[in-house]
Write a protein that binds this ligand. Structure first.
Ligand code: COA
Ligand code: AMP
Length: 631
């Protein structure tokens, strides 16, 4: 069947389409309804059905003869460690860790926060939660203790599973003190913390609350899989919203398992038994879906890589992993390729490795600029596929579904809507835009299986944030266009979200932090273009009247404050003092205009600006920190 046929069937007959796809999953109890549309605008998939996601990802493969096949390869250039787990070994480890959690009182529906670096114990913890029907919430290691505390208060975990440290190329990041501070800051107090002690930076155990992974595992009994409802939550993953309060995206068990399994063949063209590598982090949605769940559900081998594209030890790191572990398909963010290209534009390192079994590169997380796409194609001599998705959807909304039919690539476009998603470009009034016209990118409800059914214990915020701007549609927050062939172009965000090295951050959240500084009267943060990371946050602050402290000192404090309150991942390093901020007569800060100035682009004087001279002052201030350059 062609892409067009598959796509139109997915929309005209969702019950038949996803009902067939769901046969690939092992169900403890079959569903009553494939698409449950009894309570719009909330839709559920496979209601009445029961399954266990961990069983489908692990035990089932052992039962079906894959026990000796590699399930997970851990490759850590930052520590020198390499370890392979077969499906049988991984099942045993997960079952035992589920026993540990059960011993600490974790049962179906309880939450467990996982705050770990890229070590096998991270997926093991996630799968152990899934095994018990408990709900994991993984927090990326680059977030601060305050961000961790916010998530603890929202998810109210019974247990936190942490690594004692993460290893960045330039330093060891002690995670345990961050966990302790977060528990101190939070109102909710988890009962226990299980700590994976790493020799590069062991942590201190708090008596009566903490226990080490090793000691806990030593006495643990394996725990069987607990069946859960298809509509029960598998995990919560917090993502940046338009304020400093992150959104707890909920993922269900049934729709997710079906979508993950289906995507491995149809989007990525994988076969069970092959090696799939998503070079991301388990703290991001890409890591949840394509390091942990999808490859394992499909019977593939997954790679857990603790390293960077460059510097661990060199720009050949990715090629070494692909060659050594016989990776068929790799998935990462364009920023990683920009980092490699910067160091090795001629691909000298690539020539050292046998890449003969490598088939396709998938990119996502940020817009893939055509230069990076072409460079990757020329170097690797394999198809390079940009695909577009977000934490909320959990898998691709638009892609070149090469497992169905490989469509021609148009640089700058992630190709067409994936089956299951009715993607439309709407104008401000809710009318569909003609092809080629810019507008808000919306998805007509229902969303495909696997997408968020709601936000954690917050139906109202789900409805307000995503469903209220256009009844019957989901607001993606992205803007762009569809061309005459139905190809989507994702051009910008319509909110204050910026994308830094494929990481999603809220400038509003950073503004909240800057405003909390005693000397700051008001401020603005914009995402300025960056050749490596796509965008970088740039702050402009107006100091309170009468502040006569050393300005440099204040700027350093502001940088340290964002690092402490949000985390190093914010990459907030550029901030300057301005006399005043440009505003409209109604008081709205003109962030869009400031971004154009920072990027050295032409800008129109906004008709509603209150003091036009301010823009000249802003340009001068931005020049002072290396922006507003005209090429
Ligand atoms: N724990 C603690 N700190 C972390 C961290 C973690 N897990 N991950 C990153 N950080 C820190 C970094 O050390 C850095 O700190 P610094 O300011 O002291 O240098 C800061 O957070 C910013 O990190 P990052 O954005 O990753 O920048 P980088 O300069 O270290 O690396 C790239 C740049 C492009 C190489 C890197 O971002 C990358 O590989 N990205 C591509 C893939 C990816 O992960 N995409 C995610 C979605 S698919
Ligand atoms: P996250 O939730 O962190 O995965 O970030 C999702 C956001 O990243 C999307 O809403 C887009 O703004 C951006 N994004 C992700 N993938 C792409 C892509 N392939 N092209 C353009 N933007 C992308």
């Amino acid at each position: 069947m062609s892409y067009d046929e598959v796509y139109s069937r997915s929309l005209s007959d969702p019950d038949g389409f996803w009902g067939e796809a769901a046969r690939s999953i092992h169900w403890e109890k079959p569903w009553d309804r494939v698409l449950d549309d009894s309570n719009p605008p909330f839709y559920r998939w496979f209601s009445g059905g029961e399954l266990n996601t961990c069983y489908n990802a692990l035990d089932r493969h052992v039962a079906e003869g894959r026990g000796d096949q590699a399930a997970l390869i851990y490759d850590s250039p930052v520590t020198g460690a390499k370890r392979t787990y077969s499906f049988r070994e991984l099942t045993d480890e997960v079952a035992r860790f589920a026993g540990v959690l059960a011993g600490l009182g974790v049962t179906k529906g309880d939450r467990v926060i996982v705050y770990m670096p890229m070590v096998p114990e991270a997926p093991i913890s996630m799968l152990a939660c899934a095994r018990l029907g408990a709900i994991h919430s993984v927090v990326f290691g680059g977030f601060s203790s305050k961000e961790l505390a916010t998530r603890i208060d929202d998810a109210k975990p019974k247990v936190i599973v942490a690594g004692s440290c993460g290893i960045e190329p330039n330093r060891v990041v002690e995670y345990k003190p961050l966990v302790d501070q977060a528990i101190e800051l939070s109102s909710h107090k988890p009962e226990h913390c299980v700590l994976l002690q790493r020799e590069q930076g062991p942590g201190t155990l708090v008596a009566d609350r903490d226990l080490s992974w090793e000691e806990a595992m030593a006495g643990a009994e394996p725990h069987p899989c607990v069946p859960v409802a298809a509509t029960d939550p598998l995990y919560i993953l917090y993502t940046s919203g338009t304020t400093g309060v992150p959104k707890g995206v909920v993922r269900d068990n049934g729709g997710h398992a079906v979508a993950m399994h289906w995507s491995m063949k149809n989007v990525y063209d994988m076969e069970p038994g092959e090696v799939f590598w998503a070079a991301s982090d388990v703290g991001w949605v890409v890591g949840h879906s394509y390091i942990v769940y999808a490859p394992l559900l499909y019977g593939c081998t997954t790679v857990v890589y603790e390293g960077k594209p460059v510097g661990t030890p060199d720009a050949g790191a990715f090629w070494r992993v692909i060659s050594e572990h016989k990776v068929s398909v790799m998935f990462t963010a364009p920023t990683a390729f920009r980092a490699i290209k910067r160091v090795d534009s001629q691909g000298e390192f690539l020539r050292k490795y046998d890449m003969s079994h490598y088939r396709t590169l998938f990119l996502a997380g940020e817009r893939c600029d055509p230069d990076t796409l072409r460079w990757a194609e020329e170097m690797l001599e394999v198809p390079v596929i940009d695909h577009w998705w977000q934490t909320e959807t959990g898998w691709a909304i638009a892609a070149n579904c090469i497992g169905i039919e490989k469509l021609p690539v148009k640089p700058g476009s992630p190709t067409k809507a994936v089956p299951g998603y009715d993607v439309q470009i709407l104008d401000a009034e809710g009318n569909e835009q003609p092809s080629g016209e810019f507008g808000r990118i919306m998805i007509k409800l229902p969303l495909a299986p696997g997408c968020l059914p709601t936000l954690w214990q917050n139906d109202e915020r789900y409805r307000d944030s995503y469903l209220s701007s256009q009844p019957g549609y989901y607001l993606t927050g992205d803007a762009g266009l569809k061309d005459e062939d139905g190809y989507l172009f994702i051009m910008s965000r319509i909110d204050d979200i910026i994308n830094v090295a494929g990481h999603r951050l809220s400038t509003g959240g950073m503004e909240e932090v800057l405003s909390s500084h005693a000397d700051v009267a008001e401020c603005a943060v914009i995402g300025a273009a960056d050749k490596l990371k796509g965008e970088l946050p740039v702050g402009m602050v107006v100091l309170k009247d009468g502040v006569d402290r050393d300005v440099q000192e204040i700027l350093e404090e502001l940088i340290a404050l964002v690092r402490a309150k949000i985390g190093p991942v914010a990459a907030f390093k550029k901030v300057t003092v301005v006399e005043r901020l440009p505003k409209t007569r109604s008081g709205k800060i003109l962030r869009g205009t400031m971004k154009r100035i920072a990027d050295g682009e032409d800008y129109k004087m906004p008709a509603t600006i209150d003091h036009p001279a301010i823009l000249g002052e802003i340009e001068e201030a931005l020049k002072g920190i290396g922006y507003a350059k005209r090429e």
